[in-house]
Design a protein around this ligand. Structure first.
Ligand code: COA
Ligand code: AMP
Length: 632
């Protein structure tokens, strides 16, 4: 291996303050920081604490000031509606400053929380940036979540207003936001002062009463507003993610560290320069969408694509190739599941051959483990490097990756490559000792984490400390397990908590269990994620009924499926309920979910020494066979 990557990586760990001080010179500061890292109160670290800057200024104004106002910032393409548009940096800056004025007219001040529950349209990006402009903290909620999830985010963030749209479009249906928003408002204890609806052409809705206003109306008497000077450690957003219980965790992002780190990644990880076209095919409701549809490409000053469509079905398995070809995209970032969907529909790549992809240089995958078959299929088809990299909502940028702008390392199929500069990744065994190369254990990152990672959880410092920073003193616990090999390559094998990954979407099985337990016939339940060829994992529910239930099993199963759809949302893709006589448990009463998962996936398993009644496992096996989850 050449020394370029090694040297930069070593510098980042040995002299983190010098390393990040130098990089921080690349962003715009109203006042440059003199204090780079405050380590006085671990595990709460502060990057660039006396710096003064603004997220929106770094995303838009700085490029306009530097004479790049006419350059395209945002390309919107919606194969679902047939709409396309382009915004230059100046046009986007002007729209954002006007909408910032509209937010101020609605009483939004620095530090107030604003929920954004919107489809993939430019107005969603405008709303996010407008919050940053005036120092409001946005919390984007993914459109595939139902009222309950939206309500819990309204309550936890104590948001003042909610910005939504009249509808979203999925390939087979229109997503009406009104009933979902109304449901959430009813459920939430905290009261919003206003809901702003963006009316989508052809699907406008009637607004009710003084608490609702249309996007256009809110702009009618709004003034354009300049960027507010913000402290580097103020928060730019809260993004809720699945925790180990049904209560989502509010991951917060600071301002200065976020801009510094994300801008650096565009060149160093993704090899993207200002003149390049970049596309992240995700959703703004997820961290990938926050960081790589919106923030990092705009901080970099390149062009980013906002795609309202799917890899298949909008209209066909050539949708990705069309976008890449039409806009001369240099690199694409998406989840492996998107490629599995394309591969399933077009295994020979017949759609691919219809397009000119001569500008396309690399494909990045994350969100779930990229299986070697999918990587090899994509490599053969695209004839460009396919890079699996690993990261989390908590970090907002990759923990491990091939840093293609520094030095292209060799691919090892199944590994997410090496730790990125800034991250000191280790594996710890259950006996709390550091693992040797190739030994499995919990993957942790030595503190302090680099800039841009979460400084705490929203109004939950103790939860931050207890959940992530306590099991291994001096380390951040990622809740991923795996090993690091002799060459320093990281292999992510599984989660160590109850999180599952469904089509690249992070879900808590605990949250689904909470919903199932509310069904009046359910005595107890277990939700596990089983392997799925398309989505990576799929949740299935095993339920044991209360004594004396007379309702037929089929109706109970259907009701349970509907409850999860209504309470968690369609994104859970929860379709299978198996009614069992009993659930296998340890003698102390803990349900043996891991063992059931292994049986369902036809993996070898050891009979747990603490099992209460081994015969139950045979019953479960029978039930899984009957329901065709397990094949003979
Ligand atoms: N708003 C409302 N509903 C949504 C939604 C949104 N933004 N996104 C998804 N849903 C719904 C879908 O319509 C579907 O509903 P259905 O049960 O009525 O069919 C359900 O949630 C499950 O969606 P999904 O898991 O996306 O499955 P799918 O079968 O519709 O599509 C893929 C499968 C692989 C094509 C799709 O998951 C995909 O494009 N993945 C790309 C990867 C990605 O974006 N990952 C995000 C993190 S990087
Ligand atoms: P999210 O916070 O939604 O980005 O999900 C983060 C989780 O997704 C991680 O903790 C991993 O379990 C999983 N994940 C993300 N990227 C990868 C990857 N490249 N390989 C394996 N798992 C991944």
């Amino acid at each position: 291996m050449s020394d370029n990557f090694n040297k930069i990586y070593k510098d980042s760990l040995e002299k983190p303050e010098e390393f990040w001080r130098e990089i921080s010179n690349d962003i715009f500061w109203f006042k440059k920081p003199t204090k780079i890292l405050n380590k006085s109160n671990p595990p709460f670290y502060k990057w660039f604490e006396d710096g003064v800057t603004n997220t929106c200024y770094n995303a838009l104004d700085v490029h306009v000031e530097n004479g790049k106002g006419n350059k395209t910032a945002l390309i919107y393409d919606s194969p679902i509606t047939g709409k396309k548009s382009k915004h230059s940096y100046k046009e986007l800056r002007d729209k954002v400053s006007k909408f910032a004025g509209a937010l101020i007219n609605q009483g939004i001040k620095k530090g107030d929380r604003v929920i954004i529950y919107m489809p993939m349209i430019p107005e969603a990006v405008i709303a996010m940036l407008a919050c940053g402009r005036i120092g409001a903290i946005h919390s984007v909620v993914f459109g595939g979540f139902a009222s309950n999830e939206l309500a819990s985010r309204i309550d936890d963030s104590q948001a003042k207003i909610l910005i939504t749209a009249s509808c979203g479009y999925e390939p087979n249906r229109v997503v009406e936001y009104r009933p979902l928003v109304d449901g959430a408002i009813k459920l939430a204890k905290h009261k919003l002062t206003k809901v702003i609806f963006y009316q989508r052409e052809g699907n406008e809705i009637k607004l009710n009463g003084p608490n609702e206003i249309s996007w256009d109306e809110s702009l009618s008497n709004a003034k354009s507003i300049d960027c507010l000077e913000m402290n580097s450690n103020d928060y730019s957003y809260i993004l809720y993610t699945s925790g180990t219980t049904g209560i989502p965790k509010g991951i917060v992002r600071d301002i200065g560290g976020h801009i510094v780190a994300l801008k650096w990644t565009m060149k160093n990880i993704y090899n993207i320069d200002e003149d390049d076209i970049w596309w992240s095919a995700s959703d703004i409701g997820w961290i990938v969408g926050h960081s790589y549809i919106v923030y990092a490409p705009l901080f970099k000053g390149c062009t980013t694509v906002l795609f309202e469509g799917k890899p298949v079905g909008t209209p066909d398995a050539g949708a990705f190739w069309k976008i890449i070809s039409d806009y001369k995209v240099k690199s694409l970032f998406t989840a492996p599941t998107a490629f599995r969907a394309i591969k399933k529909e077009d295994p020979k790549g017949e759609y691919f051959s219809k397009y000119d992809l001569s500008n396309f240089k690399s494909l990045f995958l994350a969100g779930e483990r990229a299986d070697p078959d999918t990587i090899k299929w994509a490599e053969n088809l695209l004839n460009v490097p396919v890079i699996d990299h690993w990261w989390q909502t908590e970090t907002s940028w990759a923990i491990s990756s091939n840093c293609t702008g520094i030095e292209m390392l060799k691919t090892k199929y199944g590994s997410a490559c090496k730790a990125v500069p800034g991250y000191d990744v280790k594996v710890i065994k259950p006996d709390q000792t550091l693992a040797k190369p190739n030994e499995m254990g919990d993957i942790v990152v030595k503190l302090p984490l680099p800039p841009g990672t979460f400084p705490t959880l929203w109004r939950a410092d103790e939860r931050y400390k207890n959940n992530y920073m306590s099991n291994y003193k001096g380390y951040y616990q990622t809740y991923d397990a795996g090993h690091i090999d002799d060459d320093g390559y990281i292999w992510i094998m599984s989660r160590t908590d109850d999180i599952i990954n469904v089509a690249g979407h992070r879900l808590s099985t605990g949250a689904i269990e909470e919903v199932l337990s509310e069904h009046q016939s359910v005595a107890e339940c277990a939700v596990i994620g089983i392997a799925d060829k398309l989505k990576g994992q799929l949740p299935i529910g095993l339920i044991a009924l209360k004594a004396g239930v007379e309702k037929d099993n089929d109706s109970i199963s259907k009701e349970c499926v509907q409850m999860v759809r209504d309470k968690v949302g369609p994104v859970a893709a929860f379709k299978t309920v198996i009614i069992v006589k009993r659930l296998p448990k340890t003698r102390s009463g803990k349900i043996l979910r891991g063992t059931v998962r292994k049986i369902a996936d036809n993996e070898k398993y050891k009979m747990p020494a603490t099992i209460d009644d081994p015969a139950i496992l045979d019953e479960i096996k029978e039930d899984l066979l009957k329901n065709k989850i397990l094949q003979e």
